[in-house]
Design a protein around this ligand. Structure first.
Ligand SMILES: Cc1ncc(COP(=O)(O)O)c(C=O)c1O
Length: 379
């Protein structure tokens, strides 16, 4: 019989539940016994707490991060035929939502070190049909909002900040003109877009026990519109003034999120400590480069992701050591079959994305991951 080491979890949600069990069970029981399961006071309280945490924005919760993008695009007034610049290297949701609403995703390349959307590439893709930019805070680090906001302002575009992976991250603009507040001080994610969104998918830095998401904006008109769309276009029962969606968050998910939000800052601190352990390990090896975090930014490390020059060899080592891994992401989005005939980008326009897809690999990571144990198994 093979004597393989026991596989550790990629994200240790059981350890997190154990840590907050009493608080979670109390909050869950209160909702179950309240008879109010969708929306209501629990959801309202969560929205207020999320707004206070981010600062300067209103929050509208909804059913998932993908749904939050869809609602945001509807609130921004996306029309069929409109073009939206999206990163070529990310999860499919931003480009998918643009295409679903009849728009055309136009795929921008990334910076090969930070793996974030490259403002130079964005600049070259702006055309007469471009209406906006979706910037993704990839793996937990904010996109470069200083330069992106400059491009958006020059061309009259909106920015949709996809912070599905980065609720709680901070970004230092080093200048003015980003989002709602002036100045170069660090600000929290979800405040940099004309509309911003996050996901509460269970493994996200702030995750619930099912699907969930939220929309954030400092613009009162967008907030009102997003709330309307998220409720079947209805302010008054059975009166519908817009085409909308069923975009509701369960009270049970809100209760879980309220508990976890109280622990988020401590978890983010622990995540940063854990990332340091991996950083030190990879600094001593050749052929590996962790995602670069720009000075002044803090990442949530939704993923701890490295570029491995010889990924197959590294995967063999991980398998032998019983260490799970994920490939985020194996393929540039513009090559996905669902976009055939839609975006403008071609293979030649996104070389950094192509190379990154062939090298990228994510390791087990959360606030409860024993990263030292991972490193010890790899030594
Ligand atoms: C960058 C990004 N955007 C959007 C989403 C969609 O979020 P959800 O799974 O809650 O729909 C995800 C989820 O992984 C994501 O990583």
């Amino acid at each position: 019989m093979l004597n393989l080491p026991i596989m550790m979890p990629f994200v240790n949600l059981s350890a997190q539940r154990d840590a907050y069990r009493q608080e979670l069970e109390k909050a869950e029981k209160a909702v179950l016994e309240s008879g109010c399961y969708i929306g209501g006071l629990e959801v309202q309280a969560l929205e207020q707490e999320l707004s206070a945490y981010c600062g300067g924005v209103q929050t509208v919760t909804c059913g998932s991060g993908t749904q939050a993008i869809e609602i945001a695009l509807m609130a921004l007034g996306l029309e069929p035929g409109d073009q939206v610049i999206v990163p070529d290297f990310t999860f499919i949701a931003p480009a998918e939502c643009v295409a679903k609403l009849g728009g055309t995703p136009v795929f921008a390349d990334i910076d090969p070190k930070t793996l974030q959307i490259d403002p130079e590439s964005v600049k070259n893709l702006v055309g007469p049909k471009t209406k906006g930019i979706i910037a993704v805070n990839l793996f937990g680090q904010c996109a470069p909002y200083g330069p992106l906001r400059k491009i958006a302002d020059e061309h009259g575009l909106w920015i949709l900040e996809d912070s599905a992976q980065a609720f709680g991250a901070t970004y230092t603009a080093g200048g003015t003109g980003c989002g709602t507040a002036a100045g170069g001080n660090a600000r929290r994610a979800c405040t940099f877009g004309d509309i911003s969104i996050t996901s509460f998918y269970p493994s996200k830095p702030l995750g619930c026990y099912g699907d969930g998401g939220a929309i954030f904006t400092a613009n009162a008109k967008y907030a009102e519109k997003a709330r309307l769309i998220a409720n079947h276009g209805s302010r008054e029962r059975y009166r519908h003034v817009e085409i909308g969606v069923n975009g509701r968050l369960d009270a049970l998910q809100a209760a879980v999120l309220r508990v976890k939000l109280r622990h988020l800052d401590q978890e983010l601190k622990q995540r940063a400590e854990n990332a340091k352990v991996y950083d030190e390990f990879f600094a001593g090896l050749s052929g590996f480069a962790p995602q670069a975090i720009v000075a002044g930014n803090t990442s949530t490390y939704a993923q701890y992701t490295v570029l491995a020059e010889n990924r197959d060899e590294f995967i063999a080592k991980l398998n032998a050591a019983g260490i799970p891994y994920c490939i985020h992401y194996p393929m540039p989005l513009h090559r996905q079959a669902c976009f055939d005939g839609r975006g403008k980008a071609n293979d030649a326009t996104c070389p950094a994305t192509e190379k990154t897809c062939s090298q990228v690999i994510s390791l087990p990571f959360c606030a409860f991951t024993d990263v030292q144990a991972v490193v010890d198994r790899l030594k």
